[in-house]
Design a protein around this ligand. Structure first.
Ligand code: GDP
Ligand code: IMO
Ligand code: MG
Length: 430
């Protein structure tokens, strides 16, 4: 019996969806524990492409239980639409195979409006968010004025909760020059969507505890990546939740002792969407080539992702913070054909060498990477399914990364397709 947490170890979009889908064959339950529909997880199964935002990536395989944990912020209208769109692709979603924690906070339309109003207000405050209301919804959770799934079940409670939220939001909106929220229309909209959400509502902590006792295997699916973590990321250019492995416990209601293996998902180079520091960012032909070969456009917003060389200093740091047991190295095939590859092994700041990214935003923006250079490989790794299929230089690149980040490689991914994956160590049977 083993439970595995999958987390992003860079700035998101490392290929978590593909790996969770691949690993879910070995799991009984796949559970989201933070974030919301700011996530965009792409799965490719026999040529069919699935784009998931709020739904756990386990939904695509039949016979698995998918769970949305309390650490998530959920836009109920988005969820209804996403369920409809994956159903149209032949995926079965029922109250039996999708559960939503009763204590999950809801993202309401005014959260998205506030998110976008702040982003558009002036360039000083701009984070480059997905505009989906994630930050404002988490603020309301911590501010004790959010509406949760369980509140949808009772009209009087729902009205009280809406009033509580609007005291704060109408004051804020007036300061931002937005009209007050139409209370009656919002309550009506919530009543309309309530049955679709309540059909899936459950005490998730209890379901998971009982499943664990019965020997079921749970896969916890992280969204974003450690450098977007609210505490450990490149603050303030981060998302509004803890995204690191420790959050799997509080975001679902299972004890930290239930986590047996933490799989960090690591792209073989680096990308980032939105604003914020990025020491190894490339503005030259190499960066353009990574973006083109890697199809680096956001699944959620369609924005072009910034691209750069692999930063071993950052990944060593994020693997430590998440307690990563092993990594899945993805998008190796994107590096095929480069003459040379650079790896960042440390930073220089004011004449001093650093072996970690400092915390101060001002210092993060000024560090310059120290690189080592390795020869690339001209052969194709695309679609490789075993070590034997990898060119010698590609193996050297993987081995060097392991050394630098002080963490072993458990999986290597060589294309978007589910089965184009090399298994080194099975996280579930370790
Ligand atoms: P996530 O947010 O971490 O789930 O990652 P995204 O789905 O946003 O972005 C990763 C993109 O890379 C998706 O389009 C995947 O289909 C694709 N992808 C995943 N693994 C590989 C790989 O090994 N090689 C290539 N070429 N593409 C991959
Ligand atoms: P997945 O799960 C990449 C980024 C946004 C922005 C910052 C804050 O697909 O890896 P938010 O809307 O969360 O308040 O935006 O975080 N961001 C992501 N970047 N992948 C993601 O998710 C992201 N989710 C949020 O671009 O910079
Ligand atoms: Mg993504």
């Amino acid at each position: 019996m083993a439970n595995v947490v999958v987390v992003g170890a860079q700035w998101g979009d490392e290929g978590k969806g593909k790996i969770v889908d691949w690993l879910s064959e070995r799991a009984d339950i796949v559970c989201r524990f933070q974030g919301g529909h700011n996530a965009g997880h792409t799965l490719v199964v026999e040529g069919e492409v699935y784009k998931l935002h709020a739904l756990p990536s386990g939904v695509v395989r039949g016979g698995k239980l998918s769970v949305i944990g309390n650490g998530v912020v959920l836009d109920p209208w988005h969820l209804v639409d996403e369920i409809a769109s994956v159903r149209a692709q032949g995926v079965e979603i029922t109250p039996e195979n999708l559960l939503i924690a009763e204590n999950t906070p809801l993202i309401l339309p005014f959260h998205g409006e506030l998110d976008r109003a702040r982003e558009n207000q002036n360039s000083v405050a701009k984070i480059g968010t997905t505009g989906r209301g994630i930050g404002p919804a988490y603020e309301d959770k911590v501010g004790r004025r959010v509406i949760r799934v369980a509140d949808l079940a009772d009209d009087a409670t729902l009205e009280r909760r809406v009033d509580r939220a609007l005291v704060h939001h109408n004051a804020l909106r007036s300061g931002l020059g937005l009209d007050p929220v139409d209370r009656e229309a919002l309550i009506e909209k919530l009543r309309e969507v309530a049955p679709a959400i309540l059909a899936h509502a459950a005490p998730v902590w209890k379901v998971l505890t009982e499943a664990r006792r019965a020997g079921r295997r749970i896969l916890f699916e992280g969204a974003q990546g450690a450098l977007l973590d609210i505490d450990f990321g490149t603050y303030p250019f981060v998302t509004s939740s803890n995204v690191i492995a420790g959050q799997a416990a509080t975001g679902t209601g299972i004890g930290p002792g239930a986590i047996d293996f933490v799989l960090g998902i690591v792209k073989a180079y680096t990308t980032r969407v939105g604003e914020g520091p990025f020491p190894t960012e490339l503005f030259d032909e190499d960066g353009k080539r990574l973006g083109e070969r890697g199809h680096e456009f956001g699944t959620t917003t369609g924005r072009q992702r910034r691209c750069g060389w692999f930063d071993a200093t950052l990944v060593r740091q994020t693997c430590a913070i998440s307690g990563v047991s092993g990594i899945a190295l993805t998008k190796m095939d994107v590096l095929d054909g480069f003459e040379e590859l650079k790896i960042c092994t440390g930073y220089e700041l004011d004449g001093e060498e650093l072996d970690y990214l400092p915390t101060a935003a001002e210092a993060q923006a000024r560090v310059t990477p120290i690189y080592e250079t390795m020869p690339g490989w001209q052969e194709s790794t695309a679609g490789a399914r075993s070590w034997a299929d990898l060119p010698a230089q590609a193996i050297k690149y993987v081995r060097r990364i392991e050394e630098l980040i002080r963490c072993p490689v458990a999986l290597v991914s060589t294309s978007p397709e589910r089965e184009d994956t090399i298994l080194v160590t099975d996280p579930f049977s370790d």
